[in-house]
Design a protein around this ligand. Structure first.
Ligand SMILES: *[C@@H]1O[C@H](CO)[C@@H](O)[C@H](O)[C@H]1NC(C)=O
Ligand SMILES: *[C@@H]1O[C@H](CO)[C@@H](O)[C@H](O)[C@H]1NC(C)=O
Ligand SMILES: *[C@@H]1O[C@H](CO)[C@@H](O)[C@H](O)[C@H]1NC(C)=O
Ligand SMILES: *[C@@H]1O[C@H](CO)[C@@H](O)[C@H](O)[C@H]1NC(C)=O
Ligand SMILES: *[C@@H]1O[C@H](CO)[C@@H](O)[C@H](O)[C@H]1NC(C)=O
Length: 419
């Protein structure tokens, strides 16, 4: 997430955690794969990052009659100390975890969830997302984006721009390279993830049914982009649902030069396909965990939706400095939170309503899905190519899987995708 009103967040978090920590594991109400394992098998799992986002989801869930996420509270060891419980509707078809902000919290919490023996997540759809910095070329304050690629844009060398060679466009350049905008020659594995585009298209159809919120105050800041002409016309319009990609960075960057640098990196690292429009602090972390879970057959990486809503522009309008822009209240925060819930709940409803017909069996991806290593099999359409000759990485050896099973996990299975 990206936001400036930290004091409000802290206040909300305190309020939220004052209540008694009543929690008990509740037996699973169904299991779509085999015998009853006693584990909860949600059809949709919402992954939020902090309180204002999770509250917006709760509000939209209740308002739309989709369920009350505070009906069931489940302690899960290893979640954030700020958000130690998973919340679910009474029938446990929809659950929500609040991971905590930025990459470390997001990875740690998501891993705790994926390895928890309280859930069977093998058929679960994950709706990952939160509020974001927004690129004025493609969307606006309160705008909703559904992504196919997420790119860890700051995983690079960095020279302070005051010390960079004069002919560098930015102080950032990829590992193993000699300058900006070359493809990195060393991969950590988390640089780029690609999710199921056919599912994204279905989610886009659902999200478009939402009546999105807007505010006069947000419109006022948007109007400042008019002077920039056609390039930023999307910034000046009211919120809508768009398809474009998400950049992850722990650093909350702001300004035209950094935003353009990361926009270019997003394009280069996706071999020209990625179109950066939202900046987040968590998404690559969450998706790395889901890839690892998919290798073990614990989750299906073909069932991941990445959604972000614009709370603040990543770069200023004309005649405003980067610093003034960062310090200004752009008045997009409340609208972004509201639209996360409003658009998100339509995706949840679409999946629930189409469960038997479509979603239980899954939407077959037509694009490559997974990471830059090719961990789930297939040939990535970006990066240096599969590290496994297209076969994907194997699940843990039989002995380790047996240990997992004694703790209640299903063994690795067919949910890994081979395209
Ligand atoms: C949701 O459930 C909680 C706990 O059961 C309850 O306190 C709250 O009033 C419910 N909210 C709505 C809007 O029904
Ligand atoms: C910058 O200039 C140096 C020296 O002329 C050259 O070797 C290098 O390729 C240039 N780098 C970029 C990013 O243009
Ligand atoms: C903003 O700057 C541009 C030139 O960059 C200038 O033409 C325009 O008049 C300025 N607008 C205001 C409101 O200062
Ligand atoms: C992506 O671009 C890099 C750099 O040009 C190239 O080495 C690599 O083969 C490309 N990957 C794919 C899948 O096209
Ligand atoms: C991939 O194929 C190459 C050439 O056939 C082989 O040398 C390499 O060991 C293979 N790697 C894996 C992980 O199977």
């Amino acid at each position: 997430m990206r936001h400036l009103s930290c004091w409000a967040t802290v206040a909300l978090q305190l309020l939220y955690h004052v209540g008694p920590a009543t929690a008990a594991a509740v037996p699973g109400h169904r299991n779509h794969i085999g015998g009853n394992t006693g584990r909860i098998a949600p059809r949709v799992f919402i992954i939020s990052m902090f309180t204002p986002e999770s509250e917006a989801w709760k509000t939209s869930m209740v308002e739309s009659g989709t369920g009350n996420l505070t009906d069931t509270k489940i302690d899960v060891p290893g979640l954030s100390m700020l958000y130690p419980q998973v919340l679910c509707t009474a029938d446990k078809s929809v659950c929500q975890v609040t991971a905590g902000e930025s990459e470390i919290n997001a990875a740690a919490s998501t891993m705790a969830l994926v390895l928890s023996d309280k859930f069977d997540l093998s058929q679960t759809y994950f709706v990952v997302g939160g509020i974001a910095g927004v690129n004025p070329k493609y969307s606006t304050l309160g705008g909703v984006a559904l992504s196919r690629y997420v790119i860890q844009v700051a995983l690079q060398y960095e020279l302070d721009a005051r010390e960079k060679p004069d002919n560098f466009s930015t102080g950032y350049f990829g590992y193993g390279t000699k300058g900006p905008n070359e493809y990195p020659t060393t991969s950590y594995g988390t640089e780029v993830f690609e999710v199921n585009d056919a599912l994204r298209n279905a989610a886009y159809g659902f999200a478009q049914k939402a009546k999105l919120a807007d505010s006069a105050a947000a419109a006022e800041y948007r109007a400042k982009y008019r002077e920039a002409g056609l390039e930023y016309v999307a910034a000046t319009e009211g919120p809508s649902v768009v398809k474009c990609d998400t950049a992850t960075s722990d650093v909350y960057y702001s300004g035209t030069l950094l935003s353009e640098a990361f926009e270019t990196v997003s394009k280069v690292w996706t071999n020209g396909t990625g179109k950066y429009c939202m900046s987040a602090q968590e998404d690559n972390a969450v998706l790395e965990v889901l890839v690892r879970g998919a290798i073990q057959g614990l989750v299906d990486f073909g069932r991941v939706v990445v959604m972000r809503t614009g709370s603040d522009f990543d770069r200023p309008p004309p005649n405003i400095t980067a610093y003034q822009h960062l310090m200004a209240d752009q008045n997009g925060f409340a609208t972004a939170c509201a639209n996360l819930g409003k658009a998100g709940v339509e995706i949840v409803r679409g999946i629930l309503q189409g469960w038997e017909r479509t979603f239980q069996k899954g939407i077959k991806p037509t694009n490559y899905i997974g990471d830059i290593f090719g961990s789930l099999g297939g040939q990535p359409d970006f990066g240096p190519g599969s590290q496994t000759n297209g076969t994907g990485y194997a699940a843990a050896p039989v002995q380790a899987r047996a240990q997992m099973r004694t703790r209640g996990f299903r063994g690795a299975s067919v949910v890994r995708r081979r395209i």
